[in-house]
Design a protein around this ligand. Structure first.
Ligand code: HEM
Length: 288
């Protein structure tokens, strides 16, 4: 496409040169005419090489080059004060229907049935209530942006909602306050949130790894008594070994979970045998 553009431009410029040359003298026109294919060719080759190393103007960068998950609106179009955002609660006299999440303002007017007056989630409109999205505390004290004290796991909920709003709604700006300053610069609270989300992802990956290493047992309860057992699919972890049921006391936890443990790990301190169950049995009875 770009090559075609350069070719057509070269042809137009070249033809103009021939016409101008002809006006001056037919000999000049002949020289330009015969050098035209060579000039076009040279120009095409040069631009072909330059194109590889010189970035195209922004408008010509294909959209697919923008990495997934990265907001296209890196420079927010507008910085809202809380007072301004309050004017977007979707009521008749309001200017529209917006909400903020983690300091970013979204136009949620297409979700009017949820966020508009009378909607089940109208309390999210015209404010940043990031914390309540995780805690489910929809009281005035709960509907706040401050996410201090949330666990890294809970921060993954925050990440989920960021992805949800980025995907389903249009960002229209950012909110000056807890997460951004008056110039739209991210504040410490936002950096902290990002770090906690990373921590949550790490914890999640470690838990997945732990589940693969020591998969959960199958379990059933019938009239006050139960049973745990291992199979090569228990815990939804497909494997070529079954393992032996053990009480698994994970780091710092007072409680245990039933894990299927391979022979070579059986003597580790975090595993305890079930009462009245032979150590090499793949199924153990539980008595309440
Ligand atoms: C922390 C708790 C919860 C939060 C923060 C929350 C938040 C939300 C939000 C923001 C929406 C609107 C999504 C959109 O823009 O399309 C929504 C929709 C919805 N929520 Fe919840 N919700 C919570 C718990 C629940 C629970 C416990 C139920 C059900 C028992 C529920 C049922 C629904 C339903 C049915 C919809 C409508 C889905 C649709 O029409 O597409 N939510 N929720």
């Amino acid at each position: 496409m770009i090559f075609m553009k350069y070719f057509v431009t070269s042809l137009v410029v070249g033809t103009t040169a021939v016409l101008l040359g002809w006006i001056i003298s037919p000999e000049t026109a002949a020289i330009v005419w015969h050098s035209l294919p060579g000039l076009c060719c040279l120009r095409g080759m040069l631009f072909g090489v330059f194109d590889r190393y010189i970035p195209l103007p922004i408008a010509e960068v294909p959209i697919s080059n923008i990495p997934e998950g990265v907001s296209v609106q890196s420079t927010p179009s507008r910085i809202f004060s809380l007072e301004e955002l309050k004017q977007y609660d979707g009521s008749e006299e309001s200017k529209g229907l917006y909400l903020a999440f983690l300091g970013k303002v979204y136009d949620v007017s297409k979700g009017k049935q949820h966020y508009g007056p009378g909607g089940g989630y109208s309390f999210f409109a015209a404010r940043d209530a990031t914390r309540a999205f995780v805690t489910g505390d929809f009281t005035d004290e709960g509907l706040v942006e401050d996410i201090d004290g949330l666990s890294p796991r809970e921060m993954l909920e925050v990440k989920h909602w960021v992805e949800f709003y980025e995907k389903d709604y249009t960002p229209v700006g950012i909110l000056e306050g807890h997460f951004y300053d008056a110039n739209g610069k991210p504040k410490e609270a936002l950096h902290k949130a990002e770090a906690q989300i990373k921590e949550g992802l790490k914890e999640q990956a470690a838990a997945e790894e732990d589940k693969k290493r020591f998969p959960p047992c199958n379990s059933e309860w019938k009239q006050g008594s139960g049973r745990v057992w291992c199979s090569n699919l228990s815990g939804g972890v497909s494997r070529n070994w079954e393992g032996f049921p053990r009480k698994y006391y994970t780091q710092g936890a007072a409680n245990w979970r039933c894990a299927c443990v391979r022979e070579e790990h059986l003597n580790k301190a975090m595993f305890r045998e079930f009462e009245d169950c032979p150590p090499t049995s793949v199924s153990c009875k539980l008595i309440k």
